[in-house]
Design a protein around this ligand. Structure first.
Ligand SMILES: Cc1cc2nc3c(=O)[nH]c(=O)nc-3n(C[C@H](O)[C@H](O)[C@H](O)COP(=O)(O)OP(=O)(O)OC[C@H]3O[C@@H](n4cnc5c(N)ncnc54)[C@H](O)[C@@H]3O)c2cc1C
Length: 492
């Protein structure tokens, strides 16, 4: 079924980047937009879920980078929206490392192992590009050659767990080193509803605006000099002057979206090169708590001879006292393994680990929640991770537009990819770049009209003449020059 109306911009995906791009457009007078979202709600990787008596975050849980000289824009949104958060103190986690017999490693040993692992990782990072490439090819983790269970556990925390990186990360350098866990029944996604309220019709925290279509999976994107035509899984066709694609890098790699004509090789190669991390938080509900609480005990670690095997644990008593919930984080291959088995099997494994740490008499979990980010066809992973050899050209190519197709999403944020604020800032950036292009197109049309009128009468049809003057790659050049400018120019 073909929609009769042609709108200015179609936005594919209603995560934080799609919604923030839409907000920039709407605030600048481009209100005939259409947001097409595959799932049944907005938010994307901001996703709350009722579990036990509380609301837990299946996707992003933390506002990372708070307390520095510059203010994290997502922290600002959280403060404006009155979102409930609580401070996460990871500094003691390494003093709560359990071995398989339930003994806590002496703090001197843990401290020493941690320092050695950090020093070794830093040394690796200082190696020249060539040897990094060689090392990368043979071992994606640039192995610090951990061998014992405690070394393996610390290696996992340093390399796989996002909050403990050895390199200086722009998020922490720019916005500060503190992290706050979102602990609000309305969920992290509430920030998006507050944003959407400014330009979409809402009532009782529900979006009732026809410009947002949920359960609408985009499958084909036909683009030409004249416009874009988007076909959805249910056979509907929507037309627009431009499209912004905000789907994850995992979805771009999966070919759920078919581009017609296909994307150029500089684009597809950059997309293929970007790594996708899988990060899974498994929630377990208990009839009562049997783990230590109090200062410095929120996070604890399990040291096992298999790297990443149910290593990183958190209790939720600080966020939700009395909730009796534990969370364990798995990544990459372990995440994929667990996604492919039954929840009962995962519960059995997790209970085995907890019995190792806390003894055989602990109660059985009464419920388990295992999010599947990898097998979700609208995600295909948790967040982007630029490979160690990535250069700025690769990142620019990931975000550069192709004709009338613009790209956004956390994976397009050179400084903050992988984070909620990366998605938010990328959306603002892309919205602004598209506004510039729309203005430039208008100027070109006006100029072309005055130059071409006399010529057209003698030679070409108007369509042919305009097409021949347009440089199809102009958007890419324009975007690159725009993206170097600061955020100050965004109208919000
Ligand atoms: C488990 C997990 C933990 C994380 N932890 C943190 C954290 O603590 N702190 C932090 O800052 N960040 C964290 N992140 C990363 C953060 O969630 C993301 O960087 C951010 O939410 C991405 O926003 P986005 O708009 O780029 O993408 P998304 O939120 O993925 O939005 C893209 C949207 O496109 C939709 N879509 C996909 N395909 C189609 C299609 N064909 N047609 C229509 N719609 C489509 C999707 O359904 C989705 O809604 C975490 C992510 C995960 C998964």
């Amino acid at each position: 079924m073909e929609s009769q109306n042609r709108c200015s911009v179609i936005i594919v995906g209603a995560g934080i980047s799609g919604i923030s791009a839409a907000k920039v457009l709407a605030k600048n007078g481009v209100e005939d937009i259409l947001i097409l979202e595959a799932s049944d709600s907005i938010g994307g990787r901001l996703k709350k879920h009722d579990f036990g008596s509380v609301s837990v975050e299946l996707g992003a849980g933390w506002i990372a980078g708070v307390g520095g000289e510059k203010s994290n824009p997502v922290w600002e949104l959280a403060v404006q929206s009155g979102l409930r958060t609580c401070f996460s103190d990871y500094s003691n986690a390494r003093f709560n490392i359990y071995d398989r017999s339930g003994k806590i490693f002496p703090s001197a040993l843990a401290d020493d192992t941690y320092k050695k692992a950090v020093a070794s990782a830093i040394q690796k990072l200082r190696t020249d590009q060539d040897s990094l490439l060689t090392a990368y090819a043979s071992d994606p983790r640039i192995s610090t050659k951990p061998e014992t269970p405690i070394e393996l556990a610390i290696d996992f925390i340093l390399h796989d767990f996002e909050m403990a990186e050895v390199e200086p990360i722009a998020t922490y350098v720019d916005f500060g080193e503190r992290e706050f866990l979102v602990a609000d029944e309305r969920g992290y996604e509430y920030l998006l509803y507050k944003m959407a309220e400014d330009f979409l019709f809402t009532s009782d925290d529900k979006i009732l605006d026809n410009r947002l279509r949920l359960n609408t999976v985009v499958r084909e994107l036909h683009h030409s000099r004249d416009g874009v035509k988007v076909t959805t899984e249910d056979g509907c066709v929507y037309k627009a002057n431009y499209v912004i694609v905000s789907v994850s890098i995992g979805v771009l790699q999966s070919h759920l979206l078919y581009f017609n004509p296909g994307l150029p090789s500089w684009k597809t190669e950059a997309i293929e090169k970007c790594d996708v991390m899988v990060y899974t938080k498994i929630f377990l509900q208990f009839p009562y708590k049997f783990w230590p609480c109090g200062p410095g005990k929120e996070f604890f670690i399990y040291a096992h001879e298999q790297r990443g095997y149910y290593t990183f644990w958190q209790h939720m008593e600080n966020a939700y006292p009395g909730s009796n919930i534990l969370v364990v984080t798995l990544t990459n291959e372990e995440s994929k393994r667990v996604e492919s088995q039954s929840d009962q099997e995962t519960m059995r494994e997790a209970m085995g680990v907890l019995r190792d740490m806390f003894g055989p008499d602990i109660p059985e979990a009464t419920d388990i929640l295992v999010p599947c980010w990898y097998n979700n066809r609208y995600q295909r992973g948790s967040y982007s991770n630029y490979p160690i050899y990535a250069d700025s050209q690769m990142v620019e190519n990931i975000k550069a537009p192709v004709g009338r197709v613009f790209f956004t999403g956390e994976h397009t944020s050179e400084k903050f990819n992988g984070y909620v604020h990366g998605g938010y800032l990328a959306g603002l950036d892309t919205g602004e770049a598209l506004l510039e292009e729309m203005k430039a197109e208008k100027d070109r049309e006006t100029n072309n009209k005055s130059i071409l009128q006399p010529l057209l009468a003698i030679t070409l049809s108007k369509k042919e003449a305009v097409a021949s003057l347009r440089n199809y790659d102009i958007h890419r050049q324009l975007f690159h020059s725009n993206s170097k400018r600061g955020l100050a120019e965004v109208t919000l």
